[in-house]
Design a protein around this ligand. Sequence first.
Ligand SMILES: C[S@@+](CC[C@H](N)C(=O)[O-])C[C@H]1O[C@@H](n2cnc3c(N)ncnc32)[C@H](O)[C@@H]1O
Length: 399
Amino acid sequence: MASQAEPGHDIGAPGRTWSVDGADDREVGRPTFGMRWRLWRNRRIASARFRSLMARLPLTRWIAQRKANQLFQLTAGFVHSQILSACVRFGILDYLVDRSLTTAQLATHCQLKPERMRLLLDQAERLGLVVQPHPDLWMLDDAGAVVAADAGLRAMIRHHDALYRDLIDPEALWRADKPDTELRRYWAYVRGDAPNEVTAEQAAPYSLLMRESQAMFADCILASYDFGHHTALLDVGGGDGAFLMAVGRKHTNLRLALFDLPAVAVRAQDHLAETGLLPRSRIHAGDFTTDPLPSDCDCITLLRILCDHDDARVVNILSNLHRHLAPGTTVMVAEAMAGPSEGARLAATYFGIYFLAMGSGRCRSAREIEALLSTAGFQKTQTIATANPLLATIVIARR
Ligand SMILES: C[S@@+](CC[C@H](N)C(=O)[O-])C[C@H]1O[C@@H](n2cnc3c(N)ncnc32)[C@H](O)[C@@H]1O
């Protein structure tokens, strides 16, 4: 039996069983070689003397430094995002588009003391947001150029203030079932059983954020899937119609339709009218978990929809679609999905916490989405990789 002295650690001797929790000493089987190696290795790494030796030996020094830097990145991540947030809030990155400016010029623009401006610019330079081609002259660096060019990214960075406030007490957040958080109030449709009653005031902030953040997302989807094979597209939970606009401009013969909650359908109508696409589009209002959806489109899209909801509700949504769509309809699910690539791992780490704070939904793998589609009765599921798994992976299926 495992030792009581060190719960869960007694896997040293060959043939011994081990416990996951010293308190109940449950037998869970023999440790594998990999587990023994990991324990041995962890004990070495936990030793300050061992780490000090590794940091001094020429052959291991670079590994020790890399590991120490990685750990520091983990510890300091919030500081990094706050530097980015300050740059966005002061409008530094937009102001630097297509020009170079001195610290004094930027300080005047941001109404900051020059020494504070200098400190912020130094930090932004360390994070790859700005560069100094000459002493005290600043230009955008690669990451800064992307943030400056993408209003949706800037909107998301500003929106993170609410997320960070929700994360302030991690223990309370992890213990709560349905946390009373800002994000849960913000995404009004995840609360309560009557999403149709979401008001125009509640729908406006999230719909605007989704509209602003569609540009990169739509590019990613349109580069990975050819909607030219279809004659009519229904974007379910299509928000203000930003994706319809992008796909409509690329495929000029495609008939367009959108389905969303009543408060959002009105916004989509106005937005598509402003952009001249309304004559090509039909707007439907309703609750996609219960209401009938039009069955005359040969393709429907669910973009950034399923991730917002728990599994039971996803099955409701998909079953309702299955009930109303015509046989042969292509269903596309596209959102950030968990997976082995670096982008997918980053996305899953981020969205895992975001949905925890929202009290609904999760970041699923493509395989999990395929399984949910199959449970609802869809067939021929297929996963399509995109160029940017941080933003989206695509799963398609047939009704
Ligand atoms: C995260 S947003 C995604 C919007 C859009 N697809 C995009 O990618 O920008 C989720 C959308 O689903 C809509 N929605 C949520 N619950 C709904 C329901 N029960 N019936 C219909 N639409 C719903 C919301 O109003 C919102 O527009």
